[in-house]
Design a binder for this molecule. Sequence first.
Ligand SMILES: *Cc1c(COP(=O)(O)O)cnc(C)c1O
Length: 331
Amino acid sequence: MTRSAIANDRIVPIGVYPTPVERIEKLGLWVKRDDLTNPDYGGNKVRKLERLLFEARRRGKRRIVTVGAAGSHHVLATALFGARAGFEVDAVLTPQRSTPHVTENLRADLGLGARLATARTYPGAALGMLARSGRDAYLVPVGGSNGVGALGYVDAAFELADQIEAGELPEPDAVVVTVGSGGTAAGLAAGFALAGIRATVVGVLVSAPAFLVAFWTRRLARHVFRQRARGAGALVRADPSSRLELTARYLGAGYGEPTDAGRHAMSVAADVGLSLDLTYTAKCFAAALDCVHSARFSNVLYWHTLSSAPLAPLLEKAPVDVPPKLAKLLR
Ligand SMILES: *Cc1c(COP(=O)(O)O)cnc(C)c1O
């Protein structure tokens, strides 16, 4: 199956594809530059939102209701691209460790016109979403990781297959990617199975509880695989979750809690011009470096998921301070 075999008319186009693949000779690995999915705000939420916003529109909805930690990349991307696609955006936010990055993202959410509500716990956030739901609302789960959003990463797997076929890079035997809510890793594992890429997806867990995140990610991989295999009329019996290797070794004390290995990986990456964050990509990059040094893999690709677009333009209409109601979420 090639990329042309998959219908791509079921998206609201946001991204610029294919994103480049680059060799970092000094570290002996390849990088898939999904930081460049969009010039205004890139990263991995773009491919998911293309699918999610299309689905919301198809169902005739006017409002997106979503959820995330305060300063969430997913909420920010939804605020930006949801508004551009003509939706109102409501988000319920949960507590998060305070950093300058988190504060800026919160201000950007407000500047982009998102309506923000708060909840102290995850069950509270679920109730908050329900309270904001209604016939005009399309509900998007944390990270945009449901069976619709993850399809964006099935497409991404086919995009990589095309780049391999065109000789831009050799076929990797390990693709290392961050797992927050799991949609990215699940979509890639399913897509690789469909596109005939033999790589192991090394999913690096950065959120907890690890068993639940792992369970959900595997389930989502099987779900989108079946959905896509059926859509393509293919009789495929492979289990995509068998090529998904999930590790909690780099998680440390939990979501948003930095680790020493992450800090080290961040400085190694900075040396070669790659900008990482401590919550997601630094932990993943630490794992990617370990994969390079492991005898198991000879060809490692690190899938970069963090936007590298400057945030300043998104802060133009933002309030200077975070309002007290939202500041209470920052610890
Ligand atoms: C959201 C996010 C992830 C996690 O992706 P999931 O699909 O939720 O697992 C990884 N990296 C960055 C930078 C993110 O913002």
